[in-house]
Design a protein around this ligand. Structure first.
Ligand code: KG4
Ligand code: ZN
Length: 340
């Protein structure tokens, strides 16, 4: 009988200090997330120095809490997986160094993982993967279509040329004086408004799977400023609904096109913006028509940053024989296609 594999995952790339324990790559034993959102809110965005300070204060507490909740000790852990990049360098450093110290102290294998690979593997905690698959990754820092033909191998077939989807949401929210992070607030407003304002959709060249959201973001900001100058009132909920419709149209259409071109069996939604209710329901509606493709959408808690997803991808890399050594460093520019 094969022994169960327990991987301790750690994530500190942005504003969540998170530790999780994952059994056999698919089952969450424990998943602790200490969020710093309250500390960053008053600055309207994540302040890197404050993020690092919080990670330092929280990391050992969160590791202890995860082990305690799982009723496990480090002796039960087979491997430590940690986000190596991309992210804020000072924030990543705390997780990477804590993971190295823990691996050294307990003589455990150490594996550096890619944050976006983690977001994609959050789906494996919901549904076993079947290849080839396509993942639509939409987060605060990334908007990508990633093709996977086997475990642990990622091919980026399209990416944003400017702002990430989440970044556009947060900037539009700030223009509407909504609190940080703005994505959920725009989502909420969009549901009570109507998409009455005509906004651009950046389709780019024929056949391209790349994205661009900065033109849309500027169009929203200009619409608001022009209205203000003329003394016209724009209902924020209608602007939110129009913006959201523009983003979703492009995301869903490009995902559908890539699904057909690459003949994939599954489509996985990943990243913080995957929590968006409009995007979730539009994707569900669109993929109802494509019966041969299975759409997987993780629960909200697995869409935003967490360590369960890091443990999930860490397990695959562990099984594939990947090991990092103590020279591993935080790598904000880590490439998902190279990191396996
Ligand atoms: O993946 P994530 O937690 O962090 C990164 O790795 O970037 O994503 C955070 C992003 C933020 O931009 C936030 O506004 C956005 O996800 N977000 C949403 C929603 N919930 C979170 N965007 C749109 N609608 C939502 N419901
Ligand atoms: Zn993330």
């Amino acid at each position: 009988m094969n022994k169960d594999i327990y991987v301790l995952g750690m994530e500190t790339s942005c504003d969540e200090t998170a530790v999780a324990i994952i059994k056999n790559g698919t089952e969450i034993v424990t998943n602790i997330v200490a969020s710093q959102i309250e500390s960053h809110k008053r600055f309207g965005g994540v302040v890197p120095e404050i993020a690092s300070r919080h990670h330092v204060e929280q990391i050992t507490l969160v590791i202890e809490e995860a082990l305690q909740e799982a009723e496990m000790t480090m002796n039960d852990i087979d491997c430590i997986a940690v986000t190596e990049g991309p992210g804020l360098v000072g924030a990543l450093l705390i997780g990477v160094n804590a993971a190295k110290a823990l691996a050294f102290a307990h003589n455990k294998p150490l594996i550096g993982v890619h944050h976006i690979a983690g977001h994609i593997y959050a789906n494996r905690l919901v549904k076993e993967m079947s290849f080839p698959l396509l993942s639509l990754v939409v987060s605060g820092g990334h908007t990508e279509l990633v093709l996977m033909k086997e475990h642990g191998k990622f091919e980026v077939i399209g990416e944003t040329r400017d702002d990430a989807a989440g970044e556009a949401y947060d900037k539009v929210a700030r223009t509407l004086d909504l609190p940080y992070p703005g994505g959920p607030h725009i989502d909420r407003l969009a549901h009570i408004g109507e998409p009455t304002i005509d906004l651009p959709r950046a389709w780019l060249e024929e056949g391209s799977y790349d994205f661009s959201f900065s033109g849309l973001k500027s169009a929203v900001i200009n619409t608001l400023h022009n209205a203000k100058q003329k003394g016209n009132v724009i209902e924020p909920e209608n602007l939110a609904a129009s913006f959201q419709q523009s983003v979703i149209d492009v995301l869903v259409t490009k995902t559908l096109n890539a699904t057909k071109e690459f003949n994939v069996k599954q489509v996985l939604l990943a990243g913080g913006v995957a929590a968006n209710k409009g995007l979730r329901s539009e994707l569900e509606r669109a993929f109802k028509q494509v019966e041969e493709v299975e759409l997987v959408i993780p629960p909200l808690a697995l869409c935003t940053d967490n360590a369960a997803m890091i443990g999930a991808v860490g397990t695959i890399l562990f099984e594939n024989g990947k090991r990092s050594d103590y020279s591993m460093n935080a790598n904000p520019g880590l490439d998902i296609e190279q990191n396996n």
